[in-house]
Design a protein around this ligand. Structure first.
Ligand code: DC
Length: 225
């Protein structure tokens, strides 16, 4: 009997490109599981900051990543038994996540956990290297882009809604620094995976982006069947 592998849609892109929102909605529409891989780097960073683990201690950080006591329930993210869904979104945590994500041992330590999200009936995975490294055989690969201005505006709105204070100028600077670090690192750099569709959402609403991804998926599924 020929069995199809569990389908995966990967949505990669720079910080605040809207990939999380789009990925979430697409997963809901298809009844698929959802992997927010950035959350795993953020959880590792939050643990490190709380334990005063230096962000350069690769061994200690990899150990933290490998034994993350995290679970995902009903859209909420828990570290041990604490709901850290909002805490991991703080800019300081995002910046620390971007730093530790340059370390090969940390990336390796999070590999198994990421792969374990591939369960029937399917998975939508968002991050930086979902299509290029973690799920290279994905049914559909997307790379979401948006201008730095559009992304800074989205991040500003997100932070204010979560009750954090934010300043557009600092946000823009942080965002460009983070892009540069994510794109220039030696391992799994931020770039479109081979075969990825590039979607620029600078002047596009969420609904339009979701509709485009759904259309590409319908076409990709036909090719696989
Ligand atoms: O998507 P995000 O902003 O929540 O991700 C936080 C950081 O984690 C990001 O700056 C880089 C890192 N990351 C990564 O290196 N690889 C991924 N697949 C996801 C995130």
């Amino acid at each position: 009997m020929h069995t199809h592998p569990v389908p995966v849609i990967t949505i990669d892109g720079p910080t605040a490109s809207g990939k999380g929102t789009v990925a979430h909605i697409v997963a809901d529409l298809l009844g698929f599981h959802y992997l927010d891989s950035g959350a795993l780097y953020r959880l590792t960073a939050l643990s490190a900051l709380r334990k005063d683990t230096p962000l350069t201690d690769e061994h200690a950080l990899a150990k933290l990543a490998e034994h993350l006591p995290c679970h995902f329930t009903g859209g909420e993210i828990f570290l041990a038994n604490e709901n850290v869904s909002d805490a991991i979104r703080a800019e300081a945590v995002g910046n620390a996540a971007s730093k530790i994500a340059t370390l090969p041992m940390v990336r390796h330590a999070l590999l198994g956990l990421q792969l374990s999200f591939r369960r029937a009936p399917g998975l939508v995975a968002d991050g930086r290297d979902m299509g290029s490294v973690i799920f290279p055989t994905a049914t559909l690969k997307i790379f979401l882009l948006a201008s730095p201005e559009a992304r800074a505006q989205r991040r500003y709105k997100q932070l204010i809604e979560k009750g954090f204070s934010a300043n557009m100028e600092d946000l823009c600077k942080d965002l460009l620094e983070r892009d540069a670090r994510d794109a220039n690192r030696a391992i799994a750099p931020l770039k479109p995976a081979q075969g990825a569709y590039v979607l620029d959402t600078s002047h596009m609403g969420i609904d339009e982006a979701v509709a485009q991804v759904m259309a590409w998926y319908a076409a990709a599924k036909k090719v696989v069947q």
